[in-house]
Design a protein around this ligand. Sequence first.
Ligand code: ADE
Length: 469
Amino acid sequence: MRFHILTLFPDMVMNSLHTSVIGRAVERELIEINAVNIRDYTQDKHGKVDDYTYGGGAGMLLQAQPVFDAHQAVTGSRKVRTVYVTPQGVPFTQKLAMELAKEEELLFLCGHYEGIDERALEEIVTDHVSIGDYVLTGGELPAMVMVDAISRLVPGVLGNEVSADTESFHNDLLEYPQYSRPEEWHGKKVPEVLLSGDRKKIAEWRLEQAKERTRRVRPDLFKKYLQKEKVLEMLFKQKRNNIHLIETLSRGTGEILYAEGESLLIYNRACDIVLLTAENMEHGEKMISLIPETCELAVTSQSFLNDLLLDKRGFQVCQECNQVCYTPREPLPVRHKDIRMLTRDEFSYVAEHYALGDPDSVKERIDAKAMYGAFVEGRIVGFAGIHEDGSMGMLYVDEKYRCQGIGAALESYIINRERESGHTPYAHIIVGNEESLRLQEKLGLYQAKQNIWWLVKKACISLQSVLNS
Ligand code: ADE
């Protein structure tokens, strides 16, 4: 991932971001940090970049020309998501960090003095983001905060992938207290349960501690957590029909935008998809008005929502799908020896054979460690993976190797891995794909009674990257 930071103080940024975890990630070329001095782009012969504000007011303003030219020099003809760090922005949260971590390239624009001429901002900025309700002397510290929070989500940066997943905020709860050696220090003992070796009891204790701490310190977060628990309880009453909603919420990627009775609107910010289920038209209409403007993909559980989405928001049905999920407790046997996680080495094979995927999303899935391949004598002969929304799919096997159980082995392998991560594996099968449905049944996946629909706002192109074949 490449970060560009446009600033008047490039040394400040470079010095800080070249130490510890982020510094090592730079050395290992997992991320690249490019600090650009805005002053290098001024056309003023004295190197001036700021001036007084029209209409009066204290302080100086960064002028449009050097900011715009620096931006042009960095981005050229590429469209790069450009974040202006400002107290006037939307709050920077873990969810936004997750969303920004999906980009291959990000640009941070740091203001200083009183800010930046609005005309330059209008032309180059895609996001205005604040790190909190206080005012700093410049945007460098906020930009560094964001680069740090985003970098640790880039695969490989933390080394231990688990820690990015389970820490504070991923589940609307703060982290539980932790202890290391010695067992007793200053007369204080490590809680008994942590020494018991009983994983279940430890998990329960940690959850209770996390809840108690969140309730005390962050009542706002705790309210969200309780709402989510209540919604999940409702969804579990029809687990198979609601599996996509349940998994989106329990994996921490979904935000509840509307919940009333059995109606629910979830926004998966990480992949810009909304999921809707509604018990009546009135709720449906309310939910549809809440769908974020940027969102181009929707999944519905009732067909009347499709008409509303078309009329009011211009979404069109692209696919009707059966939902299947794997709920047995036992793992599945994997009847193929060589199945492993794919790397960029296999990118061209996947891009060539996965008819529905655009190359960028294939790359993104491989980098996210979400693609697996079956190999015969060291050569890849098929693959499958997990879509950005969490569902399994993208199954492909070379013609020569079909009907030999390789597809089943790939899916079984993924199901086992998903279960180990605490997820319920699920997939969306396009209605009419009887061959796939037979495979699901053979593996022991249950089919939901209700179908779901995928809808897309413009051309079907972006949908193709997330749909199952
Ligand atoms: N620049 C100055 N203060 C800031 C803040 N709180 N967040 C983002 N950018 C800033």
